[in-house]
Write a protein that binds this ligand. Structure first.
Ligand code: HEC
Ligand code: HEC
Length: 224
């Protein structure tokens, strides 16, 4: 590199860093946020896969619903009423939760409307039988994504990162299920560790198999 090129390169790098520094991360994807809420508030009874086999279920008189079989038939509106216990009289005239027993807590105003939407997005993701399973921890995955991937794939995973304009490349839009669903978890791990095409770098040596699995989970929740 001659001196001029060095200058240009330095300026480019500086610009990228300045652009990144002032940015706050966009709100996390709905299903990601929903999973976080589910793990803290619902998993206790409904279990990790929603099948009603959480640790508290064992000591309860009434078995928590197996969400993987019940909720497909429920609209978002009904699910909101079931979760909050709000507005129940108008549907059934019955006392609680649209016919459910008291064993399912009424969450009232504990969740904002956005959080309810997020919870429902995750319930739908979790109970979708054709989904690719989550592998590693998506919370770890999100951190890694923001550190290593967003510069090209974008803060929101939509493929609009800063580098795309600078380099004129089109990274995969990870929020589009039509793009990510055809790839198996193994395909994604392979692309992360070995690279893909000309500009998707191989991360082997920087990221471990476990890191790649965490990224897979985050990408799956992004594309929901
Ligand atoms: C203390 C245990 C407990 C917790 C915590 C809990 N549930 Fe439940 N849930 C139940 C039980 C028990 C039922 C079944 C009630 C019945 O059949 O009368 C149920 C039923 C449901 C149903 C209805 C299923 C259907 O379609 O028939 C939904 C939806 C649901 N729960 C969602 C949630 C969500 C979302 C959370 C977390 C915000 C949550 N539950 C937390 C115990 C729990
Ligand atoms: C330098 C820019 C860049 C960075 C950084 C980057 N990617 Fe990519 N990525 C691309 C491009 C470009 C493609 C499209 C590759 C092609 O098909 O030619 C791509 C494609 C992908 C694909 C689809 C691969 C396939 O099999 O079709 C996945 C998954 C992916 N990237 C994940 C990641 C993850 C996870 C990270 C962070 C660890 C990351 N990328 C970082 C540029 C980047």
């Amino acid at each position: 590199m001659n001196k001029n090129n060095n200058l240009i390169f330095g300026f480019l790098l500086f610009t990228i860093l300045m652009l990144s520094a002032g940015r706050t991360f966009a709100t996390p994807p709905l299903a990601y946020e929903g999973r976080r809420l589910y793990v803290s508030y619902c998993q206790l009874c409904h279990g990790t896969a929603g099948q009603g086999d959480g640790p508290l279920a064992k000591v309860m008189q009434i078995k928590p619903a197996d969400l993987s079989t019940t909720i497909r038939a429920r609209s978002d509106t009904i699910l909101k009423k079931i979760i909050t216990g709000r507005g129940k009289q108008t549907i059934t005239g019955r006392d609680r939760h649209n016919l459910l027993s008291e064993a399912m807590p009424e969450w009232k105003d504990i969740f904002s409307d956005e959080q309810l939407q997020a919870l429902i997005a995750y319930l739908r993701f979790m109970t979708n039988t054709s989904r690719h399973p989550l592998m590693g921890d998506p919370v770890v995955g999100m951190k890694l994504y923001h550190t290593y991937c967003q510069v090209c794939h974008g803060e929101e995973g939509d493929g609009e990162g800063i580098m795309t304009q600078l380099m004129g490349i089109t990274p995969m839009d990870h929020t589009n299920p039509n793009e990510t669903n055809p790839l198996s978890n193994a395909d994604i791990i392979n692309s992360i560790l070995k690279g893909k095409g000309r500009y998707m770098p191989a991360w082997e040596g920087i990221l471990s198999q476990e890191d790649a699995e965490a990224l897979v989970s985050y990408i799956r929740l992004l594309a929901h």
